[in-house]
Design a protein around this ligand. Sequence first.
Ligand code: ME8
Length: 531
Amino acid sequence: MSQAVCITTPIYYVNDRPHIGHAYTTTICDVWSRAERLMGRDVFFLTGTDEHGSKVEKSAAARGISPQALADENAAEFQRALATFGISNSDFIRTTQARHETQVQEQLRRLVKSGSVYLGTFEGWYDEGQEEYHTETRARELSYLSPISGKPLTRATEQNYYFKLSAFADRLAKHFADHPTFVRPSERANEMLGRLRDGLQDVPITRTNFSWGIAMPDAPGHVVYVWIDALFNYITALELGSADPARPDRSRYWPATYHIVGKEILWFHAVIWPALLMALELPLPKCVYAHSFWIADGQKMSKSLGNFVDLATIDRYFAQFGLDAWRWYMATQGPIAATDADFNAKHFHEIYTADLVNTVGNCPSRVGAMIGKYFDGRLPADSTAGQPAHDGAIGSHSWDSLCATTVREWESRMDAFDLQGAARIAIDLLRRVDAFINETAPFKLAKDPANAVQLASILNQCAQTVRVAGVLLEPFMPSKMAALAGAFGGQASSGAPWVVRVKYGTIAAGHPIEKLALFPRVDPATCVPAG
Ligand code: ME8
């Protein structure tokens, strides 16, 4: 049985249209899922939409439609967007689905039974846009303004059901201490620890001031707070709280390997969610990874500034550079670490040209062209068993051992969600092939028939290595790398087990090698402006 792994995106609010932020988080989860599947793991990749709450209720009222109609419309738009981004999710959960609602109610009953939920009165600072309450200390830190919308926080009083978050402070602190990579990157873990040290207050988990939500069981008038409702998606999709005998068995996917979230919602995922799981005696996710934000031309992207890179802009990038180039840019240049990343058309073009046109496109095209010209498009034999004819480009390695080392390194980077590191390793392999071609100069050797054996070995080694690099780049650029696998095929081109696919030397001598042009040059003058 292959190892089960699970990755999740946040579930996206249906009162917003899909934009680069959603595309980013979902794409990096997709790259990881494809990589893990390629390595033979049993992957569950979850995304979906967050459809309850007063914001949805208000937006729907403003349009004169029901909240469900608004949710249906926008959930469909998110699903269409996922298809255009080439996302391979295993499920798409919607919080208005019956499977979710019944399980949330079941989990709440369990929480009440466990004694970690009680009825109390709350007074606090409320961020209406985020549907989030802040303590006095936090509100003061925020100058009584929403950190997201900049609008004033309002003073609000409610009788609510509370979750005893305060009771979990010590266990949470211990979990952070015992699992240094529970929250990543480490800057974010330190931030969470700092806030944990300030102390934890119980959190209201129901509301009475709106009705568009899941009814709190046995508590008329109380609706489950949208954040609590939403967090449960990670386990309702896996049917962990289901009593339905016909449910699919997905329990092997819990605990999640990675919850990938934006930094603005880390508190919910790194503190509140783990405490809820502790109260339910369920295992905690292995890692909550909080990426930073895309900004546009040095400025924060925001709805009010109107500079969010939206679907229409993303479509223009697809038209000009192709989906795979977009995915490459997201996965390799995005705000995966603790700092924000700037999105701009010029940088996009530079990366496209340097990485894709000049390396991932050019290297196979060079190798294919030479095999075409000197060997009629058939792979010539290597009489040196992978030992390079010249040791400059790869030192004392054989190509065989270099590929094997690269593959192992790539595997561990991928498992650790270091997508940028994995991408760099794969592209470096092609850069080595390029350097090897420059050093050995097969185009010069070809001028003298006495060099035929050496020439054949060099081109064989190049082609074998290009094929392996193409497999390592596949999760990032599935369709272009499928074309590469077709052109440099061999028996291990597709569908074969991972160890076979990444094994050096599997293209048989005599196999046809095609010359292909993967990434056309794009004139910078015609580039899409950002935003
Ligand atoms: O917060 N750069 O949903 P949401 C990068 N429903 N990523 C960005 C971004 C940016 N500029 N802007 C947004 C919610 N994102 C809740 C989540 S989960 C139980 C409930 C991404 O539609 C980032 O992943 O506002 C962020 O966490 C997510 O969009 C927020 O999506």
